[in-house]
Design a protein around this ligand. Sequence first.
Ligand code: SF4
Ligand code: SF4
Length: 220
Amino acid sequence: MYNSLPASINQEPAAHCRQCGTCCKKGGPCFHYQDKHLIQKGIILSKYLYTIRRGEMAFDNVKGFLSPVLTDIIKIKEKDNSQECIFYDNDKGCTIYKNRPFECRALKCWDTKDIEAVYSSSRLSREDLLGSINGLWELIQEHQERCDYKIIHCLIKDITSKNKEAEKSLNQILKYDNAVRSLVVESSSIKPDMTDFLFGRPVLNTVRAFGLFIKQNNTY
Ligand code: SF4
Ligand code: SF4
């Protein structure tokens, strides 16, 4: 939400939110500590969330450029092939309005001081939500270590210099990333649509932000 605000809004500043939905069409919000209860109490289900993992490339809406993130960022999913927040409805507006997250409440498109002040602070992490779940938390930590974006970034640099060993290592990471998702789905009550929250989005997709495109047969 709120990257590059619409010209019409800039020209005619609103003194209040008109609920026009423009910000909701530009992406879902990131979660902050103030939102913990929304997820813990199941008001917003984890199947509607995804995690941008530490080190992953992401667009910083306030700074306005792509950079590796320093901590987990938990976000509401966007609709398929769109930037629009999954909870936005063209007729009804925000379908979780009473329970909308902190960032949505802080955003005033006519005065971005408040959102800029809170945007990067007190971000909610997977550890805040899952750190006490024995077994699952250890698996998430192991996945974070083995699929560390620092390692992935180095491998990608080597792959672009035609290093075959680096290709092999990245293929192993992709295999593991895929296997861990299947494992939790097959061996627990976790549904496939929850895995982007638990383990971040598949590495196969996120490496594109580092400039690497993987073909169907896992060649580069
Ligand atoms: S805050 Fe969002 S919904 Fe409200 S007027 Fe601005 S762009 Fe529209
Ligand atoms: S949660 Fe609601 S207010 Fe926030 S971006 Fe989504 S639709 Fe808009």
